[in-house]
Design a protein around this ligand. Structure first.
Ligand SMILES: Nc1ncnc2c1ncn2[C@@H]1O[C@H](COP(=O)(O)OP(=O)(O)OP(=O)(O)O)[C@@H](O)[C@H]1O
Ligand SMILES: [Mg+2]
Length: 268
């Protein structure tokens, strides 16, 4: 595993945030669907060290988003425990932020006003307005403060969503296919940007993605899940130092192994 000390920092952070230590312990979860239990997670256990970047891969509908919602505190597990720095997660908290595939910006608010939302909601905007500008700078959107969402490209809108998360200085960033709707070129650019943000801000990151290459380019570990109800099939260490090169033969090897774990045979 690559330790945080060996990461290449583009700019040293002014006040680095210490990432959360996350423990998911023997978590099972079921929904009720038409009076019947629908098992979604099956005895899932893993931990993420403070500042670690972990990717979650698994078949569609297996329970990945549900797992992120449990970690965010939006849902309570049927069984097992989810802990942040040893404290049980019972409710949402601004230290743990969820970013979705769809940026869900308010169309009537400017970029700046969208990013300011979290600080406004917490009554911090008066003293901490400068954090809005800092977050916009981090995602490369300085100069677009007064633009409205309809005036942005898909990639820019997703950057605003990231800035809106970062303004809260999250200690755990939960990313649910955040780049899933972007074209492949924008996606590759944004992967690099996401990596830079993580290296600067030092939050713990949990990324759900369908893209094996994206998981391997970004994460220090990749957890592979089975079909629903999701159980962990493998926990794969990505033992490649940053900055990574997409053509690295070790990444190709890991990709091959993970696709196999996901059930693809040798003919792909
Ligand atoms: N609130 C809910 N009530 C009932 N069933 C639900 C609820 N939320 C999710 N499910 C079901 O739980 C299962 C897992 O859903 P989830 O969204 O976690 O999957 P996922 O792994 O994120 O899938 P995808 O990769 O397609 O996003 C699905 O069968 C879904 O229908
Ligand atoms: Mg999902």
């Amino acid at each position: 595993m690559v330790t945080s000390a060996s990461r290449i920092l583009a700019t040293p952070p002014a006040a680095p945030v210490e990432g959360i230590r996350l423990d998911v312990e023997d978590v099972s979860h079921a929904f009720q669907l038409e009076g019947q239990p629908l098992p979604v997670l099956n005895q899932v256990s893993f931990s993420a060290a403070p500042g670690e970047f972990v990717a979650l891969l698994g078949p569609s509908g297996c329970g990945k988003s549900t797992l992120l919602r449990l970690v965010a505190g939006l849902e309570h597990a049927t069984a097992g425990a989810v802990r942040a720095d040893d404290a049980p997660i019972r409710a949402p908290d601004p230290s743990r932020i969820l970013v979705f595939q769809d940026p869900t910006l308010y169309p009537w608010r400017t970029v700046e006003a969208n990013v300011a939302l979290g600080l406004e909601a917490r009554g911090l905007i008066k003293n901490q307005r400068h954090r809005v500008a800092e977050a916009l700078d981090l995602v490369g959107l300085t100069g677009f403060e007064s633009a409205y969402p309809r005036q942005l490209s898909g990639g820019m809108a997703q950057r605003v969503a990231l800035a809106r998360a970062l303004v809260n200085e999250p200690r755990l960033l939960l990313l649910d296919e955040p780049l899933g709707k972007l074209d492949s070129l924008t996606r590759i650019t944004m992967q690099g940007e996401l990596l830079k943000l993580w290296q600067q801000a030092r939050f713990t990151a949990l990324l759900v993605t369908h893209d094996v290459e994206e998981a391997l380019f970004l994460a220090e570990r990749v957890i592979v899940f089975s079909d629903r109800p999701a159980r962990i099939v493998a926990d794969v260490a990505v033992d490649v130092a940053y900055p990574r090169h997409r053509g690295d033969p070790r990444l190709a090897e890991l990709r091959h192994r993970i696709l196999h774990l996901l059930g693809l045979d040798e003919t792909w």
